[in-house]
Ligand binder design. Structure first.
Ligand code: AMP
Ligand code: MG
Length: 415
């Protein structure tokens, strides 16, 4: 690793993290398609069949051969049969004949056109008639392989499967898909003041909330979470916990203890166990962050030591950890697009650091506006729960006045 500047910009920290991830490919496994939502494809997928596998009617109507009649003149055709979806009509047709056909039914080989039901009239119960130029050869037929050609590359390795991907895979009959195994991530909170939920709060203690934020975020990403609870502010306990985590998981996320307080042991213990960088990032909330690897035997486990304040921990996860985990999972990092909104309030902002303030949006006069969610202290979790976006104020930005444009990331695009 190149020497670390004293304080990194957000962009520098993001780039350094992605550049120093170990190049390790997770083992793959086959899972039933119904259990593959959110998983990462381990192989390119080539279509085993044509979809549709037959020429298929795109409309309810009547199928006939338009090249054997003169469609530039009024026409009348005799109805000689019916084709329903799943029930083909298999007898030959002669010139001047048609069949009634339903959407999704097989178009017989000797037909090349489907005319919509709405475009014909019925001179009697066994005939249809339609005017000159109402039909052209090829109308309303979905040809073999229109959706997907046999042998075509459908999805690339590394794709994170979403419902639409499952639909595509089902459409070619794939019952099982090759995916990478889930990334396992160990999580613990550090701090003597932390009390687990379910216990009465003693004087001077607070409930451990970070772990629930982080576990929720990890589950949403599709990771296997190893919940290691709360670890005291003790170098020995911390060392034990980190060693155990390194054996169990592909990555470790801790919160708290990475600052410069007298009980902030995380740094020294991490340094002892591996190659750890301690960073101060020019951002708020956030700032202190540890990143590196714990070495045990020939195993390398990536470690993120996040700040203790809950808002800082969540923001740091979203802007630094998430993309690193995506890469470790075998998929691509995500770069949500910021959108511009008009600030409905004055915002105090110091230059020289990126600030991630929590906001909520509303439309007014056809434009997107954003307000702050009250007190922006880095411990105030309600500033996150009231928010539908993060307002991202760049380093060189000073105070924002009401009516000024700001860049926001919708919360849903970050999660
Ligand atoms: P630290 O980084 O350990 O100095 O913690 C900074 C602040 O975050 C302190 O006020 C801690 O009490 C608080 N904090 C640390 N860990 C947690 C946690 N897991 N849940 C809620 N607050 C925390
Ligand atoms: Mg602490």
């Amino acid at each position: 690793m190149t020497p670390i500047p004293d304080r990194l910009s957000v962009r520098q920290a993001q780039e350094r993290i992605l550049a120093s991830l170990p190049e390790r490919i997770l083992e793959s496994e086959k899972v039933p398609l119904s259990q593959s939502n959110g998983r990462t494809l381990a192989e390119n997928i080539v279509s085993p069949i044509d979809v549709p596998a037959f020429n298929s009617a795109a409309m309810d109507g009547f199928a006939f051969n338009a090249t054997s009649i003169d469609c530039s003149k009024d026409q009348s055709l005799k109805i000689v049969g019916h084709a329903y979806a799943g029930h083909p009509f298999t007898e030959p047709l002669s010139t001047g004949e048609c069949i009634q056909i339903m959407t999704g039914a097989v178009v017989p080989d000797d037909c090349d056109t489907v005319i919509q039901q709405e475009d014909v009239h019925f001179p009697d119960s066994s005939h249809i008639a339609f005017p000159a130029m109402a039909a052209t050869s090829g109308d309303n037929i979905r040809p073999v392989g229109e959706d997907m050609k046999k042998g075509a590359l459908m999805l690339k390795a590394g794709t994170q499967l979403k419902p639409q991907h499952l639909g595509l895979l089902a459409s070619v009959g794939m019952a099982e898909v090759p995916v990478f195994r889930r990334l396992s991530v160990a999580v613990f909170s550090t701090g003597d003041e932390l009390c687990p939920i379910g216990k009465p709060l003693e004087a001077g203690k607070i409930y451990d909330s970070n772990r629930f934020i982080l576990i929720g975020l990890l589950e949403q990403l599709g990771c296997d979470v190893v919940d290691m609870g709360i670890i005291e502010d003790s170098p020995e306990k911390l060392e034990q916990a980190l060693k155990k985590a390194a054996q169990k998981a592909d990555a470790i996320i801790t919160s708290g203890g990475v600052s410069v307080g007298a009980a902030d042991y995380t740094k020294q213990v991490m340094a002892k166990l591996g190659g750890i960088d301690f960073w101060s990032v020019r951002m708020r909330p956030g700032r202190p962050m540890a990143f590196g690897k714990i070495l045990s035997g020939n195993r390398e486990t990536v470690l993120f030591g996040l700040p203790g304040n809950p808002v800082a921990a969540m923001v740091s996860f979203l802007f630094f950890v998430k993309n690193a985990l995506l890469v470790l999972m075998g998929t691509a990092p995500q770069y949500p697009q910021p959108i511009t909104a008009i600030s409905s309030t004055d915002i105090r902002k110091k230059t020289g650091r990126t600030e991630f303030q929590r906001g909520f949006t509303h439309f007014q006069d056809g434009r997107l506006h954003v307000s702050l969610t009250g007190n922006q202290g880095s411990g105030i979790i309600q500033s996150l729960t009231d928010a539908d976006c993060i307002i991202c104020l760049p380093e060189d930005q000073g105070n924002v006045e009401t009516g000024n444009p700001v860049e926001i990331f919708l919360m849903d695009s970050l999660l």
